[in-house]
Design a binder for this molecule. Sequence first.
Ligand code: BES
Ligand code: MN
Ligand code: MN
Length: 455
Amino acid sequence: MLQKVLSQLDQDRDAAVARLQDFLRIPSVSTKEENRTDVAQCAQFLADRLNELKFDARVHETAGHPVVVARNEHVPGRPTVLLYGHYDVQPVEPLELWKTPPFEPTIRDGAIYARGAADDKGQVWAHVEAIRAWQQAGGVPANLVLLLEGEEEIGSPNLQKFMEEHRGDLAADIALISDTNQFARGLPAITYGLRGLVYEEIFLQGPDHDLHSGLFGGAVPNPANILCEILATLHDDQGRVNIPGFYDDVVPLEDKEREMWRKLPFDEGELARELGLEALVGEAGYSTIERKWARPTCDVNGITTGYQGEGAKTVIPSKASAKVSMRLVPNQDPAKIRDAFERAIRERCPAGVKVEFKNFGLAEPLVVPLDLQAMKLAAEAVKVGFGVEPTFMREGGSIPVVSQIKRMLGIDTLLVGFGLPDDRVHSPNEKFDLDAFYGGMRTAAALYARLAEMK
Ligand code: BES
Ligand code: MN
Ligand code: MN
């Protein structure tokens, strides 16, 4: 039966791409108030398509954007797979850098270009197409529960509560997410680790209004100067994060894992060139792969202060702020790291300026055990889907739901993603390779069949 479903998917590719384009046209930017109705419409679109495929799909309101839950008719005794994905996308700015508009999905050079093409609509849609093909062939062979959220890109602020309230409906034997990457073109992957995240904004307040920098400069604390000085203390000369206690709970990398990663076909020079850089930099003593996948970091994501307009304005700003993200690795605790960060910044702040913080989300770091039976079955499915054995990799990004699934539902998550490292996710000209989409649809179809064999 799987063979029949696979050839159906292979034959129906053009129509599948056209349906994905309909999904991509909806500007479901979760962070912007102006897109609130678009996000809601996108949830409804998903529910409608899944209901057409004879799933029982519902849109659930939350305090934020809706959650879509959909299930096929469950057969007692069959393994249940919880499939999570997100239908929200990142903002598109700067708009002028897009070659074609972000919500007018366009095919060129074997890829589909649109915001969300890879992250995560294209990957979600690979599953929808696999479901369609199975339903046409008599039904998906596993019990499926789809959990599709509209707030992943803003840190899933309402998902935990939703899951607690619907715990019974979400019970499953294994979770599955396609929201990660292949290792490289032609090298599909299963991701067995993600970094966690602490995202903080620091607000400094100096004088209660902007001041003439000639009349007052030298006599008052300048929050812009102070912010820069503080941010400059966040790393030492070895590229390590200079926050007391930051590394206390970090599990050191094992030689076995480092050995495994050394064998991966990865070219630092090539990555540097792709990024328009002369060289890569990072923490001393670690390779680029280790730095990205398994070492914690601290990065300034944005700074706001002072005069930003054209030309000069002689002014001492009254306020300065910075957004800072920290990527965490096992066993760092996001709440503990947030506290350590705030304490360190406070201590480095001189008298005369007030400091406040706002937190934009915490996600736990994780590693999924490689010896799970489901991992082996997923590897077989990737082989069926792409014709190549998967590479086992970790990744530097975060997906907050994974640890929530583990804690609340007690199950592990398989991260079987189809994106490519050059997809430009979160960036202008995001794309999803058509080959990744086709291989993804096939892998999804094979995953349901293989995971149905889980003991
Ligand atoms: N899908 C990404 C994360 C990702 C991408 C993991 C590629 C592994 C490989 C996800 O949508 C994302 O962007 N996550 C955010 C989380 C945050 C907003 C809480 C991230 O990592 O910055
Ligand atoms: Mn994503
Ligand atoms: Mn994302």
